[in-house]
Design a protein around this ligand. Sequence first.
Ligand code: ZN
Length: 354
Amino acid sequence: MLKQTHAHRMQLPREVVVGDGTIDEIGALYTRLSLNSPALVVSGPRTYDVAGREVVRSLSEEGVAVFTAIAHEPTLDEVRRIEEIARSKGVGAIVGVGGGSKIDVAKLAASELGVPLISVPTAASHDGISSPFASIKGLNRPYSVRAQAPVGVLVDMDIIAESPPRLAASGCGDVIAKFTAVRDWRLAHERNGEYYGDYAASLALMSARLVARNADRIGSGSREGLRVLMEALISCGVAMSIAGSSRPCSGSEHLFSHALDLIRPGGALHGEQCGVGAIMMAKLHRLKWRKIRGVLAKAGAPVDADGIAATPEQVIEALVTAPRVRPERYTILNETRLDARAAEELARSTGVLR
Ligand SMILES: [Zn+2]
């Protein structure tokens, strides 16, 4: 019998540019990546002013024909609308400019159309900047779906430094979440023989350690701190590309956040909720949860229910229902089935509830 081989596909960005004042380099990057004209620049109403206009200018100066589209909520309808604009203009590539949700819309539209995407984040708020996944509403699930990895990522630290501190604190929570996500992944491997990749896991963990070590600097908004955070977020996206799934970056703490989004949509930022989830899941994993809590506090990220605008009842319900959000994703919550009483005890013992 021939041994069955499993093809493992990794789709990685070809070029990542991170630096001060790099926004004018988008035109040159577009050319280096040999992308076809015209380009479609997708941004939000605010991010167009923050970075979109400069992106259009740089591309035009490079001789690339440019169309623009303003994206709104990250819904499937919005993805279809952008996709239709891109198709009707015959674009060679899409450039997504924004804090996260606009990049998600641009990413899924590009993927559906089969054209490359360049990602230009305007904030360090989550790891979708460079990942092959997109979070879109209207797909009957609160977690991200497979799209494609961007071919290029361009980060202008001048723009990131001007973004609201709350967004960076949230990004910090999304990276710190990797401490528990990687544990959950290993658990799924041990219990169910699920594929586990040491390299992807190590990359996600290294990003979390670097962010933990620089939490003070991120909290104070220093350039160095924000740069560490931005590079960590990009590395986490790459870890997902290498793993071929979101496993290295999304475990039980993300299930808690997704459950909370279903219970009370839009109450807090993704990374804020994942950070609070990580404190509690770390305790279940017998990790140093106090240390995780301390790191989040230093970064200015929320560490309790008030900080993520959730009532005690909502936190408890989210903990109890989290394993049902994504039943195929095995985590510590499958081993420690929390009923309402155990959930409340976990939240109280970690200071999430007082
Ligand atoms: Zn996340």
